[in-house]
Design a protein around this ligand. Structure first.
Ligand code: ATP
Ligand code: MG
Length: 436
């Protein structure tokens, strides 16, 4: 139950719509100035009264009397964004705050508190105007009543006082019920016993196995990557294991999307390729699922998350037949492999070295997919505001030619781009040209 330290209810005053809007504006200004200044400078800020249904806002403000329902605000905020709600009535504000208190996909970030409007700093209780507010963080990727298409695991933000944003990312093995619902939706003709068995197997064995591998991989990355790049992959904070020692919950630091100035397309490509080259050359790890969904952009540059299907270069799985079979199944069904086989079928990929890696865990998969992704940097709406991109620009065209040279080299048997570092050099040439 949320509570205030003290409260008094002001008398109810009838106001015109214009006066109500002006009052809301004044209190919102106050809240920004007194409590949220630093946050609002760096981030995308919007009001709940904005017409635009923009889901990529970092901070949504609801002044007194303005729309404030958690259910409505959920889709109008980025994951990790905040809703700041105000009211001139303390009790009403408390009851609104209950909608955000570890429910509806939110958690309270700043407990209910008060603001004063005392221009000379002189507060006279009962006379100086006062309003109440709280701030809540959107912690869930999808609405609690929706089955996630965004992630296979349960991924949420959890409060963590030791982390700079006050939250960390928690990745958990999902529940049997949730997985069963998704299996039924995807395979409506599967009989119910087989569906249940599959859900139990995934939750009991397969997901913990891969979360354990992901944890190990992140630990290796934090040992092997050059120090300045470690901030671009998640760091494990706490690990929850089952009786067998398999990981069922992983808390890691939150690489929060957002920067004060967007990256140019060539900077985005170079930053991602720099990290990939270090992943391969220094950490000896292949990501194998480099979709834009698994990339973030922070002040430090491009980061990679979701190492759930990663593997160590030269890792031999043949002495672990169960894992080997599961891993190969994953490789065959992954989006990256599907795109590669479609592009091979359409003749859009002719490079012999890329043909060779189809269906196999190989560094070439990462290079192939990144070479494709850098030409569509806005496909992931989470990243769109963080990268400047104009498909008709010289920069975009040159990067496109560079990708074409990777996918369809003049001599298919002899690509000039043998590894991520070769491609990084090519991108840096584009960057220098764009800068000149
Ligand atoms: N440490 C992190 N920092 C920032 N964002 C993260 C972090 N971990 C996960 N995310 C976000 O959460 C989303 C889901 O996480 P993740 O990809 O690890 O889950 P998954 O279940 O393995 O996904 P998939 O179904 O794609 O395999 C990511 O796409 C990313 O947007
Ligand atoms: Mg993912």
């Amino acid at each position: 139950m949320l509570k205030f330290f003290s409260s008094s209810t002001p008398p109810r005053v009838q106001r015109s719509p214009e006066a109500r809007a002006a009052l809301a504006d004044r209190w919102v200004e106050r809240l920004l100035a007194q409590r949220l200044g630093a946050e609002s400078n760096k981030r995308q800020v919007g009001r709940t009264t904005d017409d635009l249904q923009d889901g990529m806002i970092d901070l949504r403000l609801a002044g007194p009397g303005e729309p404030h329902q958690a259910g409505d605000l959920f889709d109008r905020l980025r994951w990790g964004g905040s809703a700041a709600v105000m009211h001139t009535n303390a009790q009403k504000l408390l009851s609104i705050a209950e909608q955000y208190n570890n429910t509806n996909g939110f958690a309270i970030e700043q407990a209910p508190g008060d603001l004063w409007h005392a221009p000379l700093g002189l507060r006279i209780p009962g006379i100086t105007p006062r309003a109440w507010y709280f701030v809540a963080r959107k912690t869930d990727l999808v609405r609690p009543d929706e089955d996630s298409k965004r992630s296979t695991y349960d991924v949420t933000l959890s409060p963590d006082d030791n982390e700079p944003e006050g939250f960390c990312v928690t990745k958990r093995v999902p529940s049997v019920e949730g997985v069963l619902r998704r299996i039924n939706a995807r395979f409506p003709n599967l009989d119910s016993i087989a569906a249940k068995q599959r859900a139990r197997k995934l939750v009991g064995d397969v997901f913990p196995l891969f979360l354990t591998r992901e944890t190990k991989c992140l630990e290796l990355l934090h040992k092997r990557l050059p120090e300045h790049l470690r901030c671009r992959v998640p760091r494990p904070l706490r690990i929850g294991r089952d009786k067998r020692g398999l990981v069922t919950r992983l808390d890691m630091n939150w690489l929060r999307n957002g920067r004060s100035a967007p990256l140019t397309q060539a900077e985005f490509a170079a930053s991602a390729m720099e990290l990939l080259a270090a992943l391969h050359d220094d950490a000896k790890i292949m990501h194998l699922d480099l979709r834009l969904d698994n990339m973030v952009i922070t002040e430090d540059g491009v980061g990679f998350v979701d190492f759930g299907t990663s593997a160590q270069i030269d890792e031999d799985l043949t002495n672990r037949p169960v894992l080997n079979r599961l891993f190969m199944e994953l490789m065959q069904t992954s989006e990256v492999q599907k795109v590669l086989s479609d592009m091979l079928a359409r003749g859009e990929v002719t490079s012999a070295s890329l043909k060779d890696v189809a269906g196999k865990p190989d560094r070439g998969m990462d290079i192939f997919y990144l070479a494709v992704q850098i030409n569509h940097p806005h496909f992931n709406p989470e990243l769109a505001r963080l990268i400047t991109y104009d498909a008709m620009s010289d920069e975009a065209r040159t990067l496109h030619s560079l990708s074409a040279a990777v996918l369809r080299p003049k001599n298919p048997a002899m690509s000039q781009f043998k590894n991520a570092r070769d491609l990084l050099r090519g991108i840096q040439r584009v960057r220098r040209r764009a800068a000149a």
